[in-house]
Write a new protein. Structure first.
Ligand code: DX5
Ligand code: ZN
Length: 218
């Protein structure tokens, strides 16, 4: 049985009030906070790193930080992110050749381990042996790098393929996801939804979170 998880992306929040922005969506029912870490190498932009994650964790000890690591050298940040209080560490398949090594390092540091797939990376890049070690796979529904982009419907077959092969694996979607696009994702097997603009930009945040959760539960 899979749980339905809603993870608003803090990238769409007001960074000058980061902790209270996270608290605001937790109060409205968010399960995890999706923290987009960009290093200026794997993607052009730079967002936040372990010191900022640590500040958020200190302000909100119960937060589950879902760390989406858009970084060129994923193994390097495992220990700092764990020390900052990371709950899950998602690295990009495209960023390393030693997937098993990074996963082992994540587990050694007590975090959930996940791999993200860029739009051009097929589902079958992930071997059964690798998947067995993972807590989640993230199917990107935009090219990583910034918030507010258009949802890529052409990623749905990939999601569907993964769900058919792995019935118990958490499957996350990220990019352009919100009340308008979540149904398609859940129909194809997603049970973990990231939403930046659609949650932080909503008139009614609770309504947006509830709508996303209802779709996953339906
Ligand atoms: C994109 C990030 C996403 C982004 C999603 O590189 O991985 O998490 O914040 O933002 P929205 O939901 O606005 O597309
Ligand atoms: Zn993300």
């Amino acid at each position: 049985h899979l749980s339905s998880i809603v993870a608003p992306s803090a990238l769409a929040s007001d960074f000058s009030q980061l902790a209270s922005e996270c608290q605001r969506v937790l109060d409205d029912g968010a399960d995890w906070l999706h923290m987009d870490v960009m290093d200026g190498h794997f993607v052009p932009n730079i967002t936040m790193g372990p010191p900022i994650l640590a500040s958020v964790k200190k302000a909100l000890p119960h937060i589950k930080m879902d760390c989406h690591m858009m970084v060129a050298n994923p193994i390097q940040w495992v220990e700092p992110v764990a020390q900052a209080g990371g709950y899950q560490y998602t690295f990009h398949y495209e960023a390393t050749d030693d997937h098993m090594g990074v996963v082992r390092e994540i587990k050694k540091h007590g975090m959930r381990a996940a791999i993200a797939l860029n739009p051009s990376t097929p589902a079958n890049s992930l071997s059964d042996d690798l998947i067995k070690q993972l807590d989640m796979v993230l199917v990107m529904t935009v090219w990583p790098g910034k918030g507010g982009q258009k949802f890529m419907q052409d990623q749905m077959p990939k999601l569907n393929e993964l769900r058919h092969k792995y019935t118990h694996l958490d499957l996350q979607v990220d990019g352009g996801v919100g009340p308008a696009t979540i149904d398609e994702c859940t129909r194809n097997g997603a049970n973990v939804a990231v939403a930046g603009t659609a949650v932080f930009g909503a008139q009614n945040v609770k309504q947006a979170i509830d709508a996303i959760r209802m779709s996953i539960n339906a």
